[in-house]
Design a protein around this ligand. Structure first.
Ligand code: MF3
Ligand code: CO
Length: 279
């Protein structure tokens, strides 16, 4: 039913990939709605309510809620919060903040997981640049997901791009993951490291690629709520994530509304740009 390869990585059939795509689109549309909703004065908990309604209205289930006791639909990580911020109603968003919104949903048993970072109103150009670098690093990592390349090529491409853009911190202890019938599946996906290591990519494998990039140090700690990861120097952080399938036609970005076509067309040329055809 659910096939795994010799490395224990789940390999989906074309029909199963279509289901992953449907789940991914629920998450992609929800994040689009959240991006358009962010404004000063709103609380992360307001965004959480919007997300939960959007997901349930599509007949899907928020995957974070209840995951290892996690209490909400989204993770909302503001400024120095790196990931896994719990949305609250005590501190409304202010002009100049950056908020990373991470969202996951289950549709028909299949998972989608994606994150964006959004500026609140007018933000410091350094933050705009931090977001640009982080998102571009994610796309460089995604572009590595072609048949025959190695797992560690993702982290290599992410890190290489970030380092080429300036002195940023890449937290070493957080990364991406396999995804499919569960949100977090083997393997773990580093955002740093050397190329050419680990299993080779095969058609039907799916990964969540999710670089986090800090304006200052790479060092982080977890707050007393046991979830919220913050930078130890208090400087801001950005996070972008997509769930991606390996196909014979190149990476298929399941949580991107266009399947990754536009961005990967630029990065990979002919090796990408088909939205969803696995044969
Ligand atoms: N995209 C996040 C991750 O892969 C999801 C965190 S889920 C939570 O780490 F439920 F633990 F919050
Ligand atoms: Co994830």
């Amino acid at each position: 039913m659910f096939k795994k390869n010799k490395h224990g990585i789940q390999v989906k059939t074309p029909e199963q990939l279509e289901k992953m795509r449907s789940a991914g689109l629920v998450v992609g549309r929800t994040l689009q709605l959240l991006r358009d909703s962010v404004r000063p004065g709103m609380t992360p908990l307001d965004l959480d309510a919007i997300a939960e309604k959007a997901i349930r209205d599509e007949g899907a289930i928020p995957s974070f809620k209840g995951y290892q006791g996690y209490p909400a639909t989204i993770c909302a990580s503001v400024n120095e919060e790196v990931v896994h911020g719990i949305p609250g109603d005590r501190r409304p968003l202010r002009e100049g903040d950056v908020i990373s919104i991470d969202c996951g949903a289950i549709l028909d048993g299949w998972h989608g997981d994606s994150a964006i970072t959004v500026g609140v109103g007018e933000i410091d150009p350094k933050l705009t640049e931090l977001m640009r670098v982080t998102e571009e690093a994610m796309w460089r990592g995604i572009a590595a997901l072609t048949v025959g390349r190695h797992l560690s090529d993702i982290g290599f491409e992410v890190e290489r791009y970030v380092r080429s853009q300036g002195r940023y911190g890449i937290p070493q202890e957080y990364g991406g993951h396999g995804i499919g019938t569960e949100m977090h599946m083997d393997p773990w996906v580093a955002n740093h490291g050397r190329p050419g290591r680990g299993p080779r990519f095969e058609t039907g494998m799916c990964f969540a690629i999710e670089p986090m990039v800090n304006l200052g140090t790479d060092r982080t700690r977890v707050l007393a709520d046991d979830w919220t990861v913050v930078t130890i120097d208090g400087k801001p952080s950005a996070h972008f994530e997509h769930s991606v399938a390996v196909t014979d036609n190149g990476p298929w970005v399941l949580t991107a509304l266009d399947g990754g076509k536009a961005r990967l067309g630029e990065l990979l040329g002919e090796k990408a740009g088909t939205d969803g055809k696995t044969e």
